[in-house]
Write a protein that binds this ligand. Structure first.
Ligand code: DC
Length: 232
């Protein structure tokens, strides 16, 4: 599927820096921004509040019919976009809570959940020029995206970043636990049957381990400009 608008797909593992980088890139290029992980996290939060068994795929998929998860693209919003459930906007603290994080990979592995999310993400991308961050944007959601980035970083730097990110959101987690959590979520994201985390063959692989956010964003801007100029 070729999106009619400019779409920049940014995929990568947990804490590779993709949401920060994607948002900054969107600001630099004056594009809209969406972190698709927030949609899976919003559903995980509904599952928590309704006491739904996370392994029960039909019950989890039904939550998408009984609850309204809405996304609004607005770079001035605290997250860089808005996401609400039944009209109530979710804050980063809720989306990044350890309770949500503990179950979100299981929820994101259900094929029926993915189908609904991918459908919605394509609809969003068709409405405007967007930088979309996730795990399967370049491979499944927008395989026709003209620019695809696969952002990687060493586990050590990802643990450090995740810790900083969580601390800023008011969540305190110890380093050892974070290390284990990141490795486990990587394993789940890469091994799931539907849309596992893989690098699109036409993605630019960017390793941000030893780069500042600005350096990574500069590298991405160069890639986008080269692509727009007709290069590779
Ligand atoms: O990027 P994140 O940690 O907020 O993602 C939360 C979960 O959602 C993670 O387990 C991977 C999953 N996810 C996905 O499967 N596909 C996406 N496009 C985005 C996130």
């Amino acid at each position: 599927m070729n999106p009619p608008h400019l779409a920049i797909a940014i995929d990568g593992p947990v804490a590779s820096g993709k949401t920060t980088v994607a948002r900054r890139l969107a600001d630099r290029l004056n594009l809209l921004y969406l972190d698709t992980g927030a949609m899976y996290r919003a559903l995980a939060n509904v599952a928590l509040h309704t006491g739904t068994d996370v392994d029960n795929e039909p019950a989890i998929a039904r939550l998408l019919e009984t609850h309204r998860i809405e996304v609004g693209l607005d770079r001035t919003a605290p997250l860089g976009f808005r996401i609400s459930v039944d009209g109530v906007e979710l804050a980063e603290r809720t989306l990044q809570s350890s309770e949500v994080t503990a179950i979100v990979s299981t929820i994101a592995a259900h094929p029926r959940v993915r189908e609904a999310m991918v459908h919605e993400q394509r609809r969003i991308a068709a409405a405007g020029d967007v930088v979309m961050a996730g795990r399967d944007i370049g491979t499944v959601v927008l395989p026709g995206a003209p620019v695809k980035i696969f952002l990687t970083a060493s586990v050590r730097s990802r643990v450090a970043r995740r810790r900083t990110q969580l601390a800023a959101a008011g969540v305190d987690v110890d380093e050892h636990r974070l290390f284990e959590e990141i490795e486990e979520r990587d394993r789940l994201d890469r091994s799931r049957a539907v849309s596992p985390l893989v690098t699109a063959p036409d993605a630019h692989i960017v390793d941000s381990s030893d780069q500042s956010v600005d350096q990574t964003v500069d590298e991405l801007v160069t890639i986008v400009e080269r692509q727009r100029a007709g290069g590779v």
